[in-house]
Ligand binder design. Structure first.
Ligand SMILES: Cc1ncc(COP(=O)(O)O)c(C=O)c1O
Length: 436
């Protein structure tokens, strides 16, 4: 196996950096292990192609949206048709009715919808709705969970060292970037995940003050962590008992775990939930859905492009494709093959590999085998250095994984041949980094 030459990507980065901050469109496009990101020309199905002509099997999938693979024909056709009619009206149309109705049918907790254009915006709106409905301001969120890049969403999303997190019972509120207002975290309480006792104690101590509990139903944004048996049901019970709104951020889990999201998968209905990424097959759009009474409590969601026709038809086409029989069974079957393959490699190289999947979300990590409980537990036992070295080398051989989080995405376009080749490359890379 020969390593890819990526000289044109390097040159392009040097040139782009002269004009564009950091030389990338989003901070996430920066590569933690390479001095320059690989620049792509096009994508088709499970593959991306770079400016040097190299082909990659892609498990990043645009950080989640490309659930139907790159350049999905059905979605692109729908968008092309809409483009001939007009891309933006600032007026309702029939497609908007069809999409709202469809989401109400397929998402268990959806009685009404509101549309925005990114995951960041839909979570912001859900938080505002919860505050408006309850007349309270404090929101409980969990350390290690990312909900977007607004000031308030970017609190305690990550940490380099466990010591930075502070006392587990009363974690530090970590401001992530310069320029974020220090007051951004004033109306948040940050807690460790998967611990109902701490949540209940906090609700009791702050009785009458908590507007919402905001959580991802699967903690996807730092070394994905699965909910303990009964945890989500427990949050539901506590939210009801103490009069808080339960918000599921399904920006990642939505459509990836099941057509009706993780709430369908686990059988727990939140009051509000947020969707973006995989719902729209590669276009910017998003939805808050939930109880009619909360959704209609009188908040104006006034974005210029909210509910725009392009995102609307893209979402409708994506949902139609995902509704075809056998889609989620196929994710399950491919992910199982990856899991089996990585477990065999763990034995071969005598290393600890953690691997699980839920729908099309495939979890891969090094350094442990048992389910982590929460972010600190994960940070304490994950072999981040080995994982980063692994994904760096895999990229050199044409397999593209996400950054240090260990959360990989499958699409409907991935094939058994992709899985076979992925495991072949993993074997080669592990032989290079573990044995030498
Ligand atoms: C769980 C979750 N919520 C919200 C967001 C923000 O979404 P966006 O990047 O579309 O603003 C993300 C982005 O990765 C996410 O993972």
């Amino acid at each position: 196996m020969d390593k890819y030459v990526t000289e044109k990507s390097r040159q392009l980065h040097i040139e782009t950096k002269k004009y564009l901050v950091d030389g990338v469109g989003s901070f996430f496009h920066k590569n933690s292990f390479r001095e320059y990101p690989i620049a792509m020309t096009h994508g088709k199905g499970s593959k991306l192609y770079d400016v040097d002509g190299n082909e990659y099997i892609d498990y990043v999938l645009g950080f989640g949206p490309m659930l139907l693979g790159h350049s999905p024909q059905a979605v692109n056709e729908a968008v092309r048709r809409q483009l001939t009619l007009g891309s933006h009206f600032s007026a309702p149309n029939e497609a908007l009715l069809r999409l709202s109705k469809k989401l109400t049918e397929i998402i268990p907790s959806a009685e009404a919808e509101s549309f925005q254009n990114s995951g960041t915006e839909v979570v912001m709106h859900a938080m505002r709705l919860a505050r408006a409905y309850t007349g309270k301001y404090t929101i409980i969120k969990f350390e290690g969970q990312y909900h977007g890049w607004s000031d308030e969403e970017k609190i305690s999303i990550d940490a380099e060292r466990i010591e930075d997190l502070g006392d587990r019972e009363k974690p530090n509120k970590i401001i992530h970037t310069k320029g974020q207002r220090l007051s951004s975290a004033d109306d948040l309480i940050v807690l460790p995940w998967n611990d109902l006792e701490i949540v209940e104690r906090t609700l009791k101590e702050n009785v009458g003050e908590i507007a919402a509990i905001l959580t991802e139903p699967i903690m996807c944004d730092s070394g994905p962590i699965l909910p303990n048996e009964g945890y989500l049901k427990g949050l539901r019970r506590l939210a009801d008992k103490y009069g808080a709104v339960l918000i599921f951020d399904e920006v990642i889990t939505g459509f990836r775990t099941a057509l009706g999201g993780a709430q369908e998968y686990y059988g727990v209905n939140p009051d509000l939930s947020t969707f973006a990424k995989a719902m729209i097959g590669g276009y910017p759009f998003g939805a808050v859905v939930g109880k009619k009474e909360i959704m209609e409590c009188g908040i104006h969601a006034s974005g210029t492009f909210n509910g725009n026709p392009i995102g609307t038809v893209a979402a409708l086409a994506t949902i139609e494709e995902l509704s075809k029989p056998g889609i989620y069974e196929q994710f399950d079957s491919l992910a199982k093959e990856l899991e089996c393959g990585f477990r065999a490699l763990a034995e071969k190289y005598n290393i600890k590999i953690y691997t699980r999947h839920i729908g099309s979300i495939f979890i891969l990590y090094f350094g442990f085998e048992e389910d982590p409980e929460d972010f600190r537990d994960w940070l304490g036992k994950a072999d981040i250095a080995l994982y980063e070295k692994f994904i760096e080398r895999c990229e050199d051989y044409g397999i593209r994984y996400t950054d240090r989080r260990g959360r990989e995405y499958l699409s409907t376009a991935h094939t058994r041949e992709d899985i076979r080749h992925t495991l072949e490359v993993a074997d080669q890379v592990l032989s290079e980094i573990v044995l030498r």
